[in-house]
Write a protein that binds this ligand. Structure first.
Ligand code: HEC
Length: 159
């Protein structure tokens, strides 16, 4: 009988062992699932970070381009302003005809209103009851870029 007892014991032990193995296996696999989930979350976070970094990098690339495009417009506008002799009737920073100071025009008028003044001053003069003489003519034939430049320049004049 001792042999049989030993057999029973060892088989019970084995069974217990097996159970533990099984339990451990289960624990291991749920641990692995958790790890996998964690990894997925981490990857998602990583992707989000990458997207965030990517858009940040894009922004850092784009902002100076926009800024320089805008200052290009303003510079062009300043040249057109000089070439068209706007300062016969207007002044900026005290230079030109002080009766038509434009130093605050960027905060006073919208881009559209400025554009309207340039392309159709007679209509704007009627609308705003502007009576200063000589009246401003319509600069209706300016090239698109010159007009955009003038508008950008006028918009930059703020106090
Ligand atoms: C012959 C004179 C004359 C010339 C040249 C002239 N303007 Fe004017 N401009 C006026 C008068 C007059 C007004 C009406 C408002 C006022 O009395 O200043 C006016 C109004 C404006 C306004 C609106 C200002 C405001 O405060 O509401 C803008 C902007 C403007 N002109 C831009 C220009 C630009 C840009 C040029 C050159 C392309 C130009 N003007 C050339 C006479 C002139």
């Amino acid at each position: 009988m001792p042999n049989t007892l030993r057999d029973v014991c060892s088989s019970a032990d084995r069974a217990g062992h097996d159970d533990r193995e099984l339990f451990r296996g289960g624990a291991k696999s749920s641990l692995e699932t958790a790890r996998l989930l964690f990894a997925i979350v981490e990857i998602q976070k990583g992707v989000h970070d990458m997207i965030r970094l990517g858009s940040l990098a894009l922004l850092l690339l784009i902002v100076p381009v926009i800024a320089s495009a805008q200052s290009d417009g303003v510079e062009r506008g300043q040249k057109v302003y000089a070439a068209q002799k706007c300062n016969i009737c207007h002044s900026v920073a005290g230079v030109g005809n002080k009766r038509g100071a434009l130093d605050e025009v960027g905060s006073k008028l919208s881009a559209d209103e400025i554009r309207q003044w340039i392309v159709d001053a007679p209509a704007m003069a009627v609308k705003t009851k502007a009576e200063r003489k000589p009246p401003m003519k319509a600069y209706a034939t300016l090239p698109r870029e010159d007009l955009d430049g003038l508008v950008a320049y006028m918009q930059s004049l703020k106090k």
